[in-house]
Design a protein around this ligand. Structure first.
Ligand SMILES: *Cc1c(COP(=O)(O)O)cnc(C)c1O
Length: 430
């Protein structure tokens, strides 16, 4: 499967109608570039298909851990979707742009008192409770504030999405949520139903990330619907909300062939509606939480190539002016990316390189066996599909400032996250 890229007449990569080489000149490198149309169209496609498949009872919450900043929160609000936040910082960012809090879900396996208290004050739509200790704490806080907390319980459905024949084992061992197999989940529901100042609205599950097939999602939805039926049979209470999490895969390289996300929604909603019919349940409100699939492919990182090191008969290192500080994913998980030379984007590859960063760490690589044309010092390297889990995972390792993010659209560019200055690095030093 060939990737769709646009190239100018003089062979430069085009991003949102902007020449990537000019972007690199104007904003310097390393530079995160985000294509606004891609972000908005992913949000809009999710929103309209969720509405269609769930008869207007669907909600898309963008998982902001993939890339969180004020402008992304504003765009999510404009596209009329919700947000999934996992920390005080993400919630605070959403609040700073007056994000509609009824469309926010707060996650986390060890939420602090401050986080829970702030979430109650902000009246977030759903607090996804991860365990009984948290349920007690939340009940106490809500009582003090004389409010009722709207709660989903995080369930481990026992679907291991990363083995091909996903099986219902091995998943009890996760730090997240209540296990189904052991009866812990039912106990959690029974406890939540009788806990003061807690309104149990429904259930949540999230089965993993970068999942490329629909079956694991359908399977998880089935397990959750069976559990909703069991709860109804035992207590007479029907869960009103089913949050199925995120995890839809994207294309990083040729090896990835993701199912278009509308397909996931079609298959999963088909299963849910069928089971509602079979079990005589009312269709719940369904939430999904895509992160990577909204921003991942919209992002490209630009670097300048600084030097080469040829190790005869082994490999040629090509070093760029960024690295694990702005993209730790290869160092962390061996994640693969497609790369090209932004100033020679139409040239065919003729060599393979090991792409290294500039950090004092041998493992500071962005990729190995990367096919490129014979590269030269000063060429601009573009790493594709870096919109998710790059900026949000960036660090100051080696005291390299975190690069800026520019949003491009229709041939214009605007900074949405400023790059850090050297002064910024010293700001909190005493
Ligand atoms: C990480 C996460 C997501 C988003 O996952 P993606 O793979 O980026 O779609 C959604 N919900 C929860 C609870 C998560 O932990």
């Amino acid at each position: 499967m060939e990737r769709n890229i646009s190239v100018t007449e003089n062979g430069h990569l085009l991003l949102g109608g902007m020449d990537a080489v000019s972007l690199a000149k104007q904003f310097h490198t390393p530079l995160y570039v985000l294509e606004e149309d891609k972000v908005r169209s992913a949000m809009a496609a999710y929103r309209s298909s969720m509405n269609a498949y769930y008869d207007g009872k669907g909600l898309v919450c963008y998982a902001s851990k993939a890339l969180c900043c004020k402008e992304l929160c504003r765009i999510a609000a404009q596209e009329e979707i919700g947000l999934d936040v996992v920390s005080l910082g993400e919630l605070y960012t959403a609040a700073s742009v007056d994000f509609p809090m009824e469309r926010v879900c707060l996650h986390g396996n060890n939420k602090s008192l401050e986080e829970l208290s702030y979430a109650l004050d902000q009246k977030v739509g759903y607090i996804v409770v991860d365990g009984l200790t948290e349920l007690e704490t939340l009940s106490r806080l809500a009582k003090e504030k004389q409010v009722t907390a709207s709660v989903l319980l995080r369930i481990k459905p026992g679907v291991d999405a990363h083995t091909h024949d996903f099986i219902r084992t091995g998943q009890i061992d996760s730090k997240f949520g209540f296990a189904l197999e052991t009866g812990e989940a039912m106990e959690g529901v029974l406890t939540a139903l009788k806990t003061e100042n807690i309104l149990l609205k429904g259930l949540h599950c999230h089965i993993g990330s970068q999942i490329l097939e629909t079956e694991p999602f359908v399977h998880a939805a089935k397990i959750m619907m069976e559990f909703i039926r069991d709860i109804r049979d035992k207590t007479g209470v029907e869960m009103q909300v089913l949050d199925l999490g995120g995890g839809f895969g994207i294309r990083y390289t040729d090896e990835d062939d993701p199912v278009p996300y509308v397909e996931y929604l079609k298959d999963v909603s088909g299963e849910i509606k069928e089971l509602c019919h079979q079990y005589h349940l009312t269709l719940p409100s369904v939430i999904i939480e895509p992160g990577r699939s909204i921003v991942g492919e919209a992002g490209t990182t630009l670097y300048t190539i600084g030097c080469f090191k040829e190790i005869p008969n082994i490999r040629t290192y090509l070093a760029v002016d960024g690295g694990m500080g702005d993209n730790p994913r290869y160092a962390l998980y061996g994640s693969k990316y497609d790369m090209l030379l932004a100033n020679r984007a139409a040239e065919a590859p003729s060599k393979t390189y090991t792409v290294a960063g500039k950090c004092c760490e041998s493992g500071d690589l962005l990729g190995e066996n990367i096919p490129l044309p014979e590269a030269k010092v000063g060429d601009i390297l573009a790493v594709l599909s870096t919109g998710a889990y790059n900026y949000s995972m960036a660090s100051h390792y080696n005291r390299n400032p975190i690069p800026p993010t520019v949003m491009v659209k229709d041939g214009t560019a605007r900074v949405i996250i400023k790059g850090e200055s050297l002064e910024d690095l010293l700001r909190n030093d005493v």
